[in-house]
Design a protein around this ligand. Structure first.
Ligand SMILES: [Fe+2]
Length: 278
């Protein structure tokens, strides 16, 4: 697929000139410096310390299986382990991708991972997703079969959503259920979303914060729910099982069209039919 840069923000950090038509480039793992690996280990140690009570079991099992402890992960090694688990692979990219290129990768069970890592002075906040967000946040859950099938099906619906003018509701699904998803395990609310698990502040706010609104997953509600891109989320959606996400994909084509024509729900607002999770 021939991607286009036209729907990307200006001034992105990555080396887009070095990427191919599908926006991939070699990871060039040998080029990471000792400082890059040290930054990775600092971020890893800090987040890993928070995980046991707050991260979903499937996420923690996936992270252990991938063994990202030593430094910046080598995508070839991670791909070998992912292939064995769910058939997914990792590809290196300069950063954010145009929608069509992103959907094409997911539909082919390729997860695009940003090649570069943040600078030491950016440990706590970064404007664009880097390799720590993408690899630490997203990749462990790709070992979970139902989640992996969901993400593949998500990519496959991208073109159809674009044709009917429903990319916005489709993006809301990714935001709420891939970046900021929660799952109920026993009596506990745990995080599996990458935007939560790659941020210490969001991990605590999402799972235990008194100010966060946690609602039972409802596809129609998610597709209409706007969000903040630069604040802690005011509202999260909670699944009971990863099969619920894949199961919802059956209804997605019809629901995308309905959500496109419905009024958006502002970030943090209540809506009729909301089912708060205690
Ligand atoms: Fe992400």
């Amino acid at each position: 697929m021939e991607g286009s840069l036209c729907d990307l923000p200006a001034g992105l950090r990555g080396d887009y000139a070095a990427a191919g038509p599908d926006f991939t480039l070699p990871q060039d793992w040998a080029a990471y410096t000792p400082a890059d690996h040290a930054t990775w280990r600092t971020l890893y140690a800090r987040q890993a310390a928070l995980l046991p009570p707050h991260a979903a079991t499937a996420y923690r099992e996936g992270l252990a299986r991938l063994d990202f402890t030593a430094g910046v992960p080598d995508f070839a090694e991670a791909t070998a382990r992912l292939r064995a688990a769910t058939g997914w692979s990792l590809v290196a990219v300069p950063g954010l991708l145009p929608d069509d290129a992103f959907f094409a990768h997911l539909a082919a069970r390729r997860f695009p991972v940003t090649r570069w890592i943040r600078r030491p002075e950016e440990l706590d906040y970064i404007v664009e997703p880097d390799i720590f967000h993408d690899a630490f946040g997203h990749v462990p859950l790709l070992t979970q079969p139902d989640f992996a099938r969901f993400l593949e099906a998500y990519g496959q619906l991208g073109d159809a959503a674009a044709r009917i003018g429903a990319l916005k509701p489709l993006a809301r699904l990714y935001w709420h259920m891939v970046e900021f998803g929660l799952i109920r395990e026993g009596g506990a609310i745990r995080a599996y979303g990458a935007g939560i698990l790659s941020s210490s502040a969001e991990t605590l706010h999402a799972t235990t914060g008194a100010a966060a609104r946690r609602l039972r997953f409802d596809l129609r509600r998610v597709l209409r729910s706007d969000y903040f891109i630069d604040h802690l989320q005011p509202t999260y959606f909670v699944i009971d099982d990863f099969s619920k996400l894949f199961g919802a994909m059956r209804d997605l084509p019809a629901q995308l069209a309905a959500a496109r024509d419905a009024a958006p729900i502002p970030p943090g607002a209540a809506a009729p039919g909301d089912q708060p999770i205690p």
